[in-house]
Design a protein around this ligand. Structure first.
Ligand SMILES: *Cc1c(COP(=O)(O)O)cnc(C)c1O
Length: 367
C-alpha cells in the first residue's frame, strides 16, 4: 500500500529505524536534554525565538486544539473563527463546548476568505481570532499576511492551527505576530501519530500563567510550561516519537534545511498538478491551495467510490472527503516519502480507475 494522505504519511526509512528501537527511561537529564534541544530546533523552524515557549502533549491534534481553547481563553474573551470546512467547524464545536463566546465566518465550498469577510467584524470587541491556516478538508490555504494585519489593527490575539501547513508552506510566527501555533506529529513532520505541539508568544504565555480558571488537570499548560524548562512533561510522553522528531530534524538538515525542504515539496506538488491537468483532472481554482495537498473534483464518478476502488484494487491510498463533499472531492497529499515516479503511477491508476468504474456502471445499466 502506498500512501498519499496527509497523515500518517508514508514514513522515511530513517524514521522507521528509530521507531523500532527501545528507548531509555525518560525522567533523566539525558532525555531532558534531547527534548530541550529538539524543541529549540522546532521552535526555530516556526520562527519563534522566545525561550521555553514550545510545549508538547501526548495527544492527537484535536487534543491540542481543545487544550488551547481551555488554556488560552478567559471567560470574557470573544472569538472570531474562520470556518471553511471540517477543521474550522471543529474549533467552533470546541469553543461552544467550553462556553466561550464566538462568531464564525462560514465559507461555502470554493469561496475564498477575503478582507471583506473579516472587516464585517471590526470594532465589535472581539479579542481573539482562531484559524486553521490550511483548511485540510478543502485544501484552502488562507492569506496569513491579510489575517495577521487584521489582527494587529484590531488588537486580536492570533491562534493558528498550522497542523497541515507547517513544513509544506512558508510559516513564520514572529513575522506574522502569531500568538499560538498548534502542530501534530503525523502531518508535515512525517512522524508517527501521538504527539502535538503548542508554541506560544510572550504575551500568550503571560495570559496563560495569569489565567485563574479551572483547567482539566491533564491539559493544564502551567504545568507543561514549568516542566519544559527541564525538558520534562508532567506525565509520561510518547517517548519514541520524541526520538523520531530528533531523527527528522537531522534529516531535514541533511537534505539542505527548511527552505530546501519546502521547495522539494513545492516541486512535487507542482508536478502532480501539471500532470493531473494533462490527464483532464479538475483542481479547484477559485481559492489558494497549500502545497501539502491537492483537492481533485470528480465529475463522472463518485469520489468516495473512486477512493475505495484505488485502495482495494491498486493499493493506493488517497484522502477521501467527509460530509457534503464526500461524493465530489478527493485529496492527494504531497508530503512523506513519495517520488515523482509514485505520482506518475498514482495518476495513471486514477485515470484507469475512473474508466473502470464508468465501464462497470455501463455494464450494470445494460443488464
Ligand atoms: C489533521 C488535522 C488536525 C488534527 O486531527 P487529529 O486527528 O486530531 O490529529 C487538526 N487540524 C487540521 C487542520 C488538520 O489537518
Amino acid at each position: 500500500m502506498k500512501h498519499f494522505i496527509v497523515g500518517p504519511v508514508e514514513m522515511y526509512d530513517c524514521i522507521k529505524e528509530v521507531y523500532t528501537k527501545t528507548h531509555p527511561y525518560f525522567r533523566t537529564e539525558e532525555f531532558g536534554t534531547i527534548v530541550k534541544n529538539n524543541l529549540k530546533r522546532l521552535s526555530n523552524l516556526l520562527g519563534n525565538f522566545v525561550e521555553n515557549s514550545l510545549i508538547y502533549l501526548t495527544m492527537s491534534g484535536t487534543g491540542a486544539m481543545e487544550a488551547v481553547v481551555e488554556n488560552c481563553t478567559y471567560k470574557n474573551d470573544k472569538v472570531l473563527v474562520i470556518n471553511g470546512g471540517t477543521f474550522g467547524h471543529r474549533f467552533c464545536e470546541l469553543l461552544k463546548h467550553h462556553n466561550i463566546e464566538y462568531s464564525s465566518i462560514d465559507l461555502n465550498f470554493g469561496e475564498p476568505l477575503s478582507l471583506n469577510h473579516l472587516e464585517l467584524y471590526q470594532n465589535q470587541n472581539y479579542t481573539m481570532l482562531f484559524v486553521n491556516l490550511h483548511e485540510t478538508s478543502t485544501g484552502q490555504l488562507y492569506d496569513i499576511s491579510m489575517i495577521s494585519d487584521f489582527c494587529k489593527k484590531n488588537n486580536l490575539e492570533l491562534v493558528v492551527d498550522a497542523i497541515s501547513t507547517f513544513l509544506a508552506d512558508d510559516y513564520d510566527m514572529e513575522k506574522y505576530s502569531i500568538d499560538i501555533t498548534i502542530l501534530s506529529s503525523q502531518k508535515g513532520l512525517c512522524l508517527s501519530p501521538g504527539l502535538s505541539f503548542v508554541s506560544m508568544s510572550k504575551r500568550m504565555i503571560n495570559k496563560i500563567l495569569n489565567n485563574s480558571k479551572t483547567i482539566t488537570k491533564y491539559n493544564d499548560f502551567k504545568d507543561y510550561l514549568k516542566n519544559i524548562t527541564r525538558g520534562q512533561t508532567p506525565y509520561t510522553p510518547a517517548v519514541n516519537i520524541m526520538y523520531e522528531l530528533e531523527a527528522m530534524l537531522d534529516f531535514i538538515d541533511e537534505q539542505g534545511g527548511k527552505e530546501k525542504w519546502l521547495s522539494e515539496i513545492a516541486q512535487k506538488c507542482q508536478y502532480f498538478r501539471d500532470k493531473a491537468k494533462e490527464f483532464g483532472l479538475i483542481i479547484p481554482a477559485s481559492y489558494s491551495l497549500s502545497n501539502m495537498l491537492t483537492p481533485v473534483i470528480c465529475e463522472n464518478v463518485n469520489a468516495n467510490e473512486l477512493v475505495k476502488y484505488l485502495r482495494d484494487k491498486y493499493e493506493l491510498c488517497v484522502n477521501p472527503c467527509g460530509g457534503e463533499l464526500a461524493d465530489r472531492l478527493f485529496r492527494v497529499a504531497h508530503i512523506g516519502n513519495t517520488t515523482k515516479e509514485d505520482i506518475d503511477e498514482l495518476l495513471k491508476k486514477i485515470v484507469l480507475s475512473i474508466e473502470e468504474i464508468k465501464n462497470k456502471e455501463l455494464v450494470y445499466d445494460r443488464k
